[in-house]
Write a protein that binds this ligand. Sequence first.
Ligand SMILES: NC(=O)c1ccc[n+]([C@@H]2O[C@H](COP(=O)([O-])OP(=O)(O)OC[C@H]3O[C@@H](n4cnc5c(N)ncnc54)[C@H](OP(=O)(O)O)[C@@H]3O)[C@@H](O)[C@H]2O)c1
Length: 222
Amino acid sequence: MQIALLGGTGDIGEGLALRLAYDTPHEVVVGSRKAEKAETKAEEYETELSSRGLDVTIGHGENPDAAAGADVVVLSVPAYHLADTVDSVADRLDRDAVLVSPAVGMKRDDAGLHYNPPGAGSVTQLAAQSAPADVPVVGAFHNLAAGRLANLDAELGWDVPVVGDDADAVSLIADVAAGIEGLRPLRAGGLENAAEVESLTALLINLAANNEGLHDLGVRFT
Ligand SMILES: NC(=O)c1ccc[n+]([C@@H]2O[C@H](COP(=O)([O-])OP(=O)(O)OC[C@H]3O[C@@H](n4cnc5c(N)ncnc54)[C@H](OP(=O)(O)O)[C@@H]3O)[C@@H](O)[C@H]2O)c1
């Protein structure tokens, strides 16, 4: 499958691009608002993979070009720019494509980070409201720590709660997650359950900030 990472030039995009290219047979395409930036980052990812003996081509392009023809389109952009990003690619999406939101809205004050969902209830639901009606949206990868994900030497051992209303789309994205070594997808319900999953991310970051020796946390349910 072809997997486009919009904003794949950023932290979570880098981690997903490297892991998907390293662990799975999927074709990865890095999207950006700027074609040149996408090209530079794709080359950087190829160099990292090549240093580990894997010669793969990472595609690249402006977000709408990256999204066109992709089977899975991951919205790896800040939550507050997610709806605009969906709008910018909407008419280029393949009608069989699945959109994936890993985005979490958070705000910081003196006490730390707080989950800050949009009016839609969650960023995943906002993505669903913004997407063309016939393109299913799935929430996944919210609770991964980008730094550890991008370090291919690091073992993960994390769960990936997956939410969505379209059973086939949820299965597809669960399979994508399962393809990455050390990730275990878990079904967490429909889109209305996305807020519960997204809010965990603020907890993970607060735990890391307040406890010595804990960083790059993920979740594992036992
Ligand atoms: N970082 C993590 O550990 C982590 C973990 C789980 C989930 N997430 C979620 O994943 C999403 C991305 O996180 P991140 O840490 O990767 O963010 P980031 O590095 O700050 O940004 C990712 C990319 O978003 C694009 N972007 C920035 N401003 C934009 C705008 N105004 N409009 C459209 N695109 C814009 C940029 O790409 P271009 O400049 O190339 O367009 C940037 O490289 C967030 O919603 C976050 O909540 C992050």
